[in-house]
Each structure stands twice: as C-alpha cells, then as structure tokens.
Design a protein around this ligand. Structure first.
Ligand code: NAD
Length: 487
C-alpha cells in the first residue's frame, strides 16, 4: 500500500506539533481515493496535555488587552488571504468539494476573522451612575479553557466560526477536528503561530468519539461548542451540561424551499439548483426539500435544466466517502420504489480518471409525499425532494412539522407572502428569494428546534455571550457623596 501523501498527523499542543502513538485512521481524498494521511486517535491523556498547555497560557493571554489580542487576528486574516490558493487546495483534497467552493470557504474564514478584529468595539461594557457617586459597570472577561468540536463538511470555515472570536475574547482553545478532514486545521494552526499567537492559546487534539467524550468530561474545560449531526449534538449537549459546562451544540438540518407560482422562474431555478448541489449537498444550509404551491411545473422544468448542467468532477465535487454515496443513493431508490419520480438521476455517477472518487450527480425527485424518508430526513447529498400543495399554509405546515429548524426560504414576488413565511416558518434562518440564507457578519448563525441545543448563536454578536461571562461592579470612591437611596 502506498505511504500517505502527508504522512502521520500530529497534535498541536503548547505551540508545537507533537507525535501521538497508537491507533490511527486513514484520511482518504473523496476526489480520487488518494491516501492523504494517517490520523492518530488521541487518548484522554493526550487531551490532558493540551488542557495543561492551555491553562499555562491563559493568565497572560486573558490579561493581554483585547486591542493587543486582536492584532494577532489582523495578521492571521492577512495570512489567510496570502495562502488562499494553498489552503483551498487542501480543503478540496480532503473534503472533496470543488476548488472554487474551497476558495469561497477560505474567503468566509477571512470574513469571520474580520468580525473578530472588530470585537474591541463591541465589548466596551456599560457604565452608569446608578446613585449619587455610585457607578455600576459591566465587563466581559473570558471563560478560561474552551473546546470546539467540528464536522467534516467545512474543514476550515466551521472551525473559524469559533476560533477567532473565542480567542480574541481572551479564552484559550482546544479544538477537535473531524476525523474525516483533519489536515486543513493543522495548516491553520501554523498560520496562527506565524501571526504571533502565543503558545498554548490554541491546541489541536486529533481523534474520534473518545476525545469528544473526554472533552465533555474534563474538569479543566469550561465550555464546549459542537457542530455536527443532531444525534451527536444531543449526546454532547447532555454530557457536557451534565458535567456543568456551558454548551452550544448545533445539529443537522432539513431545509425547505417554498416556491410560489409567481416566483421568477429563472432566478428561482438557479437558486434551487445551486442550493441543493453546492458542496455536493453537504451543507447544513442546503435546500433538501422543495414545496411547490399551485402550478410550478414551469419552474420545476427549469430546475431540471439547471441540474443537468451540474457535472460531477467539473462543477460538482465528491461526497465525503463511499458509505455516504451508498446512503444517498439508497434514499433515491427507496423514494422511487414508493412511487416518486426521479426527474434527474445522479445515481451511479463516475468521473473518468477518478474511478475511486465518491461522486453523486444532482438529483431531482418529484411527486414526493411528506411521509417518505426523502421528505423527512437529512440526506446530505445533492438531492432535492419536491412536494406539491395548493396553499402556502399547507406548505408551511410541512415545513413546521419537520423536527429540524435551521433554514427555510420562500421564492415569490409578493411581499405579503414573504412576510408571512418569515413570521410562520419554524426556522432560525429564513430567506426570501435566497437559496442559502446564511446571515453574514455581524449577524449570527444558528438554527432552531433540533438544529441547535443551547442559548444564543455560534457566530456574530450573539457569540460574545457564549465565550464570556458578565462581571458587574458597583463602585463608590467618594464617601462625601453620603448615603443616597441605594448607596
Ligand atoms: P458528526 O455528528 O458525525 O460528527 C461531528 C463531530 O462529532 C466529529 O468531530 C466527530 O468526531 C464527532 N462524533 C461523531 N460521532 C460521535 C459520537 N458517537 N460521540 C461523540 N462524538 C462523535 O457530523 P459530520 O458527519 O461530521 O457532519 C455532518 C453533520 O453536521 C450534518 O448533520 C450537518 O447538518 C451538520 N452540520 C450542522 C451545521 C449547523 O450549523 N447546524 C453546520 C455544519 C454541519
């Protein structure tokens, strides 16, 4: 067997890449099956080393004024830009997305870092003379050592949802990459170091389930953020909060696009096709179900035309692995057997010269009933399941009945319909004529229902509350002010 292209990965602890012995897992490129690396499965003892390194770094880092701390992130932002192509190539190689999508992912990391550099303007605290000579003030000190557990679908962006904000606010961080895509994060660690981040402030512990459980149990970790499937989000939220840690756990999604007959056909078709197929459908904001209200045949026809222009290996990346490809194709076959019509069929896709790649072509399924698995469950592939109803209320009833609640969008030219959907969709992020309604900074990212457990959102202004605690002081320096009503 060929030796891995990037060798055996190391953990990043206390500013050094350190070797980890024992069990490992292969990292295989979904693009063409190349063996990229061996990822060590760290133990609870390896995590403990990272917590100790972070604890050592915390006093100096947390006492560094925030205006100085963010200087690191100004430099990191610049390094992300100058290493854009190299980082994007690595993201594409390990995750399977197209190079263009990977560049967009790094651009988003730049935007997230820009937000972190603006934090000094947002955490100024408040002060008020609450009684004669007595002032109350608030500050936002950091929590201490915090952890971030991330999924495979955005090897660079999702880690950057948490890293710049948590550290700029004065915390020291331990991150556990997805065991499917751990390479990009090591490269980001090197860039953070080059940007001047002091040793121990940022640490990577590679591993699988065992490390997630150890993070939830470690008494030295104050807060845990998680992004991944709902099944694991629930486990992590329960375990971390059982151990009295602060936790925010983002889960899976089943996002609905409601298409009204007055929607602009071309724009709607382009948006629906791009939303369901971007990153091979492996986005928690991807359109997975469409509910057509009334006569939308002309729009569905255009969606099929758009989908046929999306070609695996050209403008469509691979899905993460063979298991995922099989799962997605099984969903399509099951829907077909239950009477749905597969208008565009992505099963059995191959890319010449990349026969070991794991590709699924764009798939449009019409005539789906709300009780079918393709209508209810997260598929995480380039598949859209179309249901038909007569009224907007029926469409909203289908959207509302789904246990998830990340995103929902409506396509219409009618402002009244648009407002009605914003008011009645049971989702944290709603779009009007937008296929992927991700809020841009400084607005925050977070779903509802089974798409998120915990209070607040993971990015933007809302994340400040998660990564800090509020200190309230009541101060009187002038005894001559006497005793006022509450002094
Ligand atoms: P996953 O839940 O399988 O894995 C996420 C993390 O949990 C990984 O680091 C993994 O090592 C760990 N993990 C896996 N099984 C575990 C277990 N039994 N116990 C403890 N830890 C475990 O998710 P994934 O397949 O990597 O990512 C895809 C999922 O993530 C999709 O459901 C997608 O919707 C979701 N996602 C959600 C958002 C969001 O913002 N809500 C964003 C991105 C991805």
């Amino acid at each position: 067997m060929a030796s891995p292209k990037y060798g055996r990965l190391k953990n990043f602890v206390g500013g050094e890449f350190i070797a980890v012995d024992g069990r490992s897992m292969p990292i295989i490129s979904p693009l063409d099956g190349t063996l990229l690396a061996e990822m060590p499965c760290s133990s609870a003892a390896d995590l403990d080393k990272a917590v100790k390194a972070a604890r050592q770094a915390f006093p100096a880092w947390s006492k560094t004024p925030i205006k100085e701390r963010v200087q690191v992130f100004f430099r990191y932002r610049h390094l992300l830009e100058t290493h854009m192509q190299e980082l994007a190539a690595l993201v594409s190689e390990e995750n399977g997305k197209t190079l263009g999508e990977a560049v967009a992912e790094i651009e988003k990391c730049v935007e997230l870092t820009e937000f972190a550099t603006s934090l000094p303007q947002l955490v100024t605290g408040e002060v008020l003379e609450v009684s004669k000579g007595v002032e109350c003030r608030t500050e936002h000190p950091p929590l201490g050592i915090v952890a971030s557990i991330v999924p495979f679908n955005f090897p660079a962006m999702v880690p950057n949802w948490t890293m710049p904000n948590a550290m700029a606010l004065g915390n020291c961080m331990i991150i556990k990459p997805s065991e499917k895509v751990p390479l990009s994060l090591s490269r980001l660690a090197a860039l953070l170091q080059e940007a001047g981040l002091p040793e121990g402030v940022f640490n990577i512990v590679n591993g699988d389930k065992e490390i997630v459980e150890a993070i939830c149990d470690h008494p030295g970790i104050e807060a845990v953020s998680f992004v991944g499937s709902t099944k694991v989000a629930k486990l992590v939220y329960q375990r971390a909060t059982h151990n009295l840690k602060r936790c925010l756990a983002l889960g899976g999604a089943k996002n609905h696009l409601l298409v009204m007959p007055d929607a602009k056909p071309e724009m709607t078709a382009q948006n629906v096709a791009a939303s369901m197929s971007g990153c091979a459908g492996q986005r928690c904001m991807a359109a997975s179900a469409m509910v057509g209200v009334g006569d939308v045949d002309h729009i569905i026809q255009r969606i099929c035309e758009e989908a046929r222009r999306i070609i695996p290996g050209r403008n469509l990346g691979a899905v993460i692995n063979a298991e995922s490809k099989e799962r997605i194709e099984r969903y399509i076959t099951e829907a077909e057997q239950q009477g749905a019509r597969v208008l565009v069929d992505g099963r059995g896709a191959t890319v010449p010269g990349k026969e070991k790649g794991t590709y699924v072509g764009p798939t449009v399924i019409d005539g789906v009933r709300p009780d079918m698995a393709v209508a209810r469950e997260e598929i995480f592939g380039p598949v859209i399941s179309i249901m038909r109803v007569d009224t907007l209320d029926e469409a909203l009833a289908i959207e509302n009945a789904n246990p998830y609640g990340n995103a929902a969008s409506v396509f219409t030219q009618n402002g009244g319909y648009a407002r009605y959907v914003i008011d009645h969709a049971s989702a944290g992020m709603v779009g009007v004529n937008v296929g992927v309604p991700v809020p841009r900074e400084p607005f925050s990212f977070g779903g509802w229902n089974e798409s998120k457990f915990g209070v607040g959102d993971i990015t933007g202004k809302s994340s400040i509350e998660f990564w800090t605690r509020l200190k309230k002081s009541t101060i009187k320096w002038n005894p001559e002010a006497g005793i006022n009503w509450m002094s």
